[in-house]
Design a protein around this ligand. Sequence first.
Ligand code: SF4
Length: 236
Amino acid sequence: MAEKYLIKGFVPNSLVDWDGKVSSVIFLPGCNFKCKYCHNKQLVERYDKLENVSFKEIREYLKKNQDFIDGVVITGGEPCLYSWINDLCKEIKALGFEIKLETNGSFPEKLQELLKSKLIDFVAMDIKTSFDNYEKITQSPIDINKIKQSISILKDFGNYEFRITMFPEISKENLIDISSYLKENQANKALFLQQFRAENCLDEQANSVKPYQAEELQALLELIKPDFAKSGLRNL
Ligand code: SF4
């Protein structure tokens, strides 16, 4: 029988994908962005070559490990591309698990629908850069209003964090611009800066870009820290 969902990866146990929780991670393929630094090249562009993962097997694993797993992370690619994500979340919720969604924030209607239906407990949204630099980094046409809507939806929801992968084409000025926007709009609960890794990048040229040094990232963090209740560096 054909699979109901298109799942291309499953990590049964992770200690790093949801702060303070043991999680299982489900990967959905494809993305509407082409971020230069994206290291999920296969999942985003060549996923027809990846094996499908059966949700039946995932469900069995989750059922068997209910006492051990705290929650399920749904990531991508971009999970909100799929109309069936609601059904996937319902099935996971029915097993008694909390769900974290990772998204690029370009589908505010879907995000709102999922939150209103109480299918998601926590959202991590990738913010790419300041709004004027978005198309350069994502190499895609962007409707900035949609990104702004998602930010506003998450502010009202309350259980969220924003993350920025600090690709060196994102300058100090870009970071300050977007941080100021988040603060001015009271969407300043949590912002994490993630280190960029120059390997297996979607844009070949990004593989030869020298990442920010740890000290430089620390200095950038110090600039934005006062504006957020929670902040930090990741993937150093
Ligand atoms: S890094 Fe960019 S291209 Fe890669 S999955 Fe995330 S939003 Fe899509």
